[in-house]
Design a protein around this ligand. Structure first.
Ligand SMILES: [Zn+2]
Length: 677
C-alpha cells in the first residue's frame, strides 16, 4: 500500500508522456535550425510534376534556409518525403489516404501525415499538382499578391528556420474550367520580361491560361511572327511547364486578311463604307463577311496560323477593334452578327480537320456585333463567344436584379460551345483610377457563372502603368473563380495582414473593405461627381486608417513602401474630389449670374487642378504600378483639366448654361458598343 502513490505517480508520468507523444505526433517538423532530413519526391517525370517539386524545394529553402533535395530516383515511399504526383500515377495505398476529391477542374489534394511522416500533394492534372504545392506554401504564410515588377516589393515569403505542419488533409478544385489572365504585358508589343512575371503570378493565383492581344496589322508583324517572338522569349516554355494554355490573338481579323496582301486584287473582299470599299483599319471597315472568296481566304490564313501556334487552346479571334461592319447591301441584309457566326462555322469545320482540340471563339456584345444573332440555327454547336462589357459599373453584379442581363443572357444562349466572360475588374482605362475592391460584383458575377454553368472567365488588365493599382482585383479575381467558396470580402483581411504587416494590416483591411462596400465612390471620383459627403469620407479615412497605417510602418522600409502606395492613391483621390468641389461651386455661381466670383474661383481652381495633374504625373513617373504615364496627358487630362477652359469661355460670355455631362457610371449600364460609339 505504501508503494501505491509511487505507482500512481509512475502511471501518471506514463500517461503524460503518452499524451505529449500524442500531441507531438500530430505535428511534423519539416525543417529545424535551417536544415532538413526531408526529401521532395516527384512520383513521375511529367513536366508539371517536376516543376511543382522544384517550386516547393525553392520556396522551402527561401523560408527556412534548409535545402530539401528533389530526388525522383529514390521512390521514398517510407518516411520524411513530400510525394508529389498526378492522381493517376500514385499507388493504391497512397490513394486511400487522400480526402474525397472535389468535383471540377485542376483539383488538388494534400495530406500531411505524422505516421508515417509524409506529405502527399496530388493533382488531378498538371496545373492541379502545381496549385497543390502553392496551397501548401500558403499554409506556411507565402502569398503572391502582385507580379514581381517592382524590385522594391518582393513576394510575401515568411522567414522561419523551423517549419512545422499540423496533421491535416484538404483539397480544392474549380467548377470553372478556363480562368484566363490577360496581363498588361501581353498586349500588342510585348514587354517580355514583365509578361513572364505576370504568367508566373497568374499560375500562383489559380489562373490556368494567359490571354494574348496581338498587335494589329499596321505593326507589320504577322500573327505568326508575334507568336514566334513569344516562343523565343521563353513564354511558351513557361506555359508548358505549368500546364497552362494560350488564349488569343483577340482583335485580329485585319491580320488574317491583310489589306496589303489582298486589297489591290480583291477590293470586293473588303468592307463598304459610304459606298466605297475600304481597308480594315479604324477609318475603314471590317472586311466583307458576306463575300465567299474573302471568307475562304480568311479561313485558310487562320488555319495556317493555328497550326503553328501549338500552345493555343482557345483560338479567340475577333473583328479588329473599333471598326464598323461592312455596309454593302448583302451584309446589311444578313446582319453582322449572323454573318460573323457563319464565318466562324466555316473556320471551325476547316480547323477541325487539322487541330480538332482547338476551341474557336469570337466576340459578342461588343462593336460591331452588339446585337445577338437572330438566326440561332446557323450557330455552330462548337462556337464559343467571348462577351465583354467595357466601361461597366461594378456596383452591381450579373445576378443583381438591378443589372439588365438581357444582352449577356442572349449571347450566353448563342454561345453553344461555351461562353467566356471578359471581366474588367483589373482595368483602369475605363474603370476608376483609384479603385476599391470589386467584391460585390465578384460575388454576384460568380453566382451567375455557377447558376448558368459558364466555363470561362477572362481577366483583362489594362493599362500597363496601373498594374499594382488594380492588382488586388486581379488577385481576388483569380482566387474566387477557382475556389468558389472563397468570400472575396473576407480575403481582403488576409491580403492586408500578410502584405502590410500586423500593425498597418488591420487598418488597411478596414480601409479597403470600406471602399469595397462603397464602390460608387471610386466611380464618382473618376467621373467628376464626388460629393461633399465623399470628401468628408476621404478625410475621415485619412485620419482613421491612412495616417495611422503610415505611422505604423514608418520604421519598416518594405512595409512603408507598400503602405506608401495606398497613401499616394488616397491623396490622389482627395485631390481629384477637391477639384470637383470647385467645378460644382463655379457652375453654381455662374448659374446665379455671379460671374466675377466665378472668375475668381476659377483662378483658385486652376492651381488645385494643376496640383492634381502634377500628382498624376508624379505617380506615373514613380513607375510603381500606380498610374499609367501615357494616359495622364490624354484621357486623364481630358476629364480632370479640360473643364477649366470650358468654364473660362462660359464665364467670358456670361453664360448661365450648365454644360451637359455624362451621368456617373453608377447611373448607367452601358454596353461596350454604346461606350465605343
Ligand atoms: Zn459586305
Amino acid at each position: 500500500m505504501k508503494r501505491e502513490p509511487i505507482l500512481w505517480a509512475m502511471a501518471g508520468c506514463i500517461i503524460l508522456i503518452c499524451a505529449a507523444r500524442q500531441v507531438l505526433s500530430q505535428e511534423i517538423i519539416l525543417t529545424e535550425k535551417g536544415t532538413s532530413s526531408w526529401t521532395v519526391s516527384p512520383l513521375s517525370e511529367d513536366e508539371q510534376v517536376l516543376f511543382a517539386s522544384a517550386e516547393l524545394s525553392r520556396y522551402l529553402q527561401q523560408i527556412s534556409g534548409a535545402s530539401l533535395p528533389v530526388n525522383p530516383a529514390r521512390p521514398a515511399l517510407s518516411g520524411k518525403s513530400v510525394l508529389i504526383g498526378l492522381k493517376n500515377d500514385i499507388p493504391a495505398h497512397l490513394s486511400a489516404k487522400l480526402p474525397e476529391p472535389k468535383p471540377g477542374y485542376n483539383g488538388y489534394r494534400i495530406v500531411v501525415s505524422a505516421d508515417p511522416e509524409q506529405i502527399l500533394i496530388i493533382g488531378d492534372d498538371g496545373p492541379g499538382v502545381i496549385y497543390g504545392v502553392y496551397a501548401l506554401l500558403e499554409k506556411l504564410g507565402c502569398r503572391w499578391f502582385y507580379p514581381q515588377q517592382d524590385p522594391a516589393d518582393r513576394e510575401v515569403i515568411p522567414s522561419q528556420e523551423r517549419i512545422v505542419l499540423k496533421e491535416e488533409a484538404w483539397g480544392e478544385a474549380s467548377p470553372i474550367r478556363y480562368r484566363i489572365a490577360n496581363g498588361t504585358a501581353w498586349f500588342f508589343n510585348f514587354d517580355f520580361s514583365h509578361a513572364l512575371k505576370q504568367l508566373d503570378w497568374a499560375m500562383k493565383n489559380r489562373y490556368n491560361g494567359m490571354g494574348w492581344q496581338a498587335a494589329a496589322s499596321n505593326s507589320l508583324r504577322s500573327l505568326t511572327m508575334q507568336y514566334r517572338d513569344m516562343e523565343d522569349a521563353g513564354l511558351m516554355d513557361a506555359l508548358r511547364k505549368r500546364g497552362m494554355f494560350l488564349h488569343g490573338p483577340g482583335h485580329g481579323f485585319d491580320q488574317l486578311l491583310p489589306t496589303d496582301d489582298y486589297f489591290a486584287d480583291h477590293p470586293e473582299w473588303f468592307g463598304m463604307r459610304e459606298g466605297k470599299r475600304v481597308p480594315q483599319q479604324f477609318t475603314g471597315a471590317q472586311f466583307c463577311w458576306s463575300n465567299p472568296g474573302a471568307r475562304r481566304q480568311f479561313v485558310r490564313n487562320a488555319v495556317d496560323f493555328v497550326q503553328e501556334a501549338k500552345e493555343m487552346l482557345i483560338f479567340s479571334v475577333s473583328p479588329f477593334d473599333g471598326g464598323m461592319a461592312c455596309t454593302c447591301p448583302e451584309c446589311t441584309k444578313a446582319g453582322s452578327s449572323n454573318l460573323l457566326l457563319q464565318l466562324m462555322s466555316e473556320l471551325i469545320d476547316t480547323l477541325a480537320t487539322v487541330r480538332p482540340e482547338v476551341l474557336v471563339e469570337t466576340l459578342g456584345g461588343y462593336n460591331p456585333v452588339k446585337e445577338p444573332p437572330t438566326d440561332k440555327e446557323a450557330i455552330h454547336p462548337h462556337l464559343r463567344i467571348i462577351w465583354a462589357q467595357w466601361g461597366r459599373f461594378h456596383g452591381v453584379g450579373y445576378s443583381d436584379p438591378a443589372y439588365d442581363s438581357s444582352n449577356l443572357d442572349a449571347w450566353r444562349e448563342a454561345a453553344r460551345g461555351g461562353l467566356t466572360v471578359c471581366q474588367y475588374y483589373p482595368d483602369n482605362f475605363a474603370e476608376p483610377w483609384v479603385m476599391g475592391p470589386f467584391t460585390v460584383a465578384m460575388e454576384s458575377d460568380r453566382d451567375y457563372f455557377l447558376k448558368n454553368r459558364i466555363d470561362a472567365v477572362y481577366m483583362l488588365m489594362w493599362a500597363p502603368g496601373y498594374w499594382w493599382n488594380h492588382g488586388l482585383n486581379a488577385y481576388l479575381g483569380g482566387r474566387v473563380f477557382y475556389d468558389t467558396q472563397l468570400d472575396p470580402f473576407v480575403e481582403i483581411e488576409d491580403y492586408a495582414t500578410h502584405y502590410f504587416g500586423a500593425e498597418a494590416g488591420p487598418l488597411l483591411a478596414a480601409y479597403y473593405q470600406g471602399w469595397a462596400r462603397n464602390i460608387g465612390l471610386s466611380y464618382r471620383i473618376r467621373s467628376g461627381h464626388a460629393t461633399d459627403q465623399d470628401r468628408a469620407q476621404l478625410a475621415l479615412e485619412r485620419r482613421q486608417f491612412i495616417d495611422p497605417a503610415v505611422k505604423a510602418a514608418e520604421n519598416k522600409p518594405l512595409l512603408a513602401h507598400r503602405v506608401g502606395k495606398v497613401a499616394k492613391l488616397h491623396s490622389l483621390a482627395e485631390k481629384i474630389a477637391e477639384t470637383h468641389a470647385y467645378k460644382q461651386r463655379i457652375r453654381e455661381l455662374r448659374k446665379n449670374g455671379s460671374f466675377g466670383q466665378a472668375a475668381a474661383l476659377l483662378e483658385e481652381a486652376r492651381r488645385k487642378v494643376h496640383d492634381t495633374m502634377y500628382l498624376f504625373y508624379v505617380l506615373g513617373g514613380l513607375n510603381q504600378g500606380l498610374m499609367d504615364s501615357n494616359e495622364v496627358p490624354s484621357f486623364i487630362k481630358m476629364t480632370v483639366q479640360d473643364w477649366l477652359e470650358e468654364e473660362e469661355t462660359l464665364i467670358g460670355s456670361k453664360s448661365r448654361n450648365i454644360p451637359g455631362e455624362a451621368p456617373p457610371p453608377s447611373e448607367t449600364n452601358m454596353l461596350p458598343a454604346e461606350v465605343t460609339q
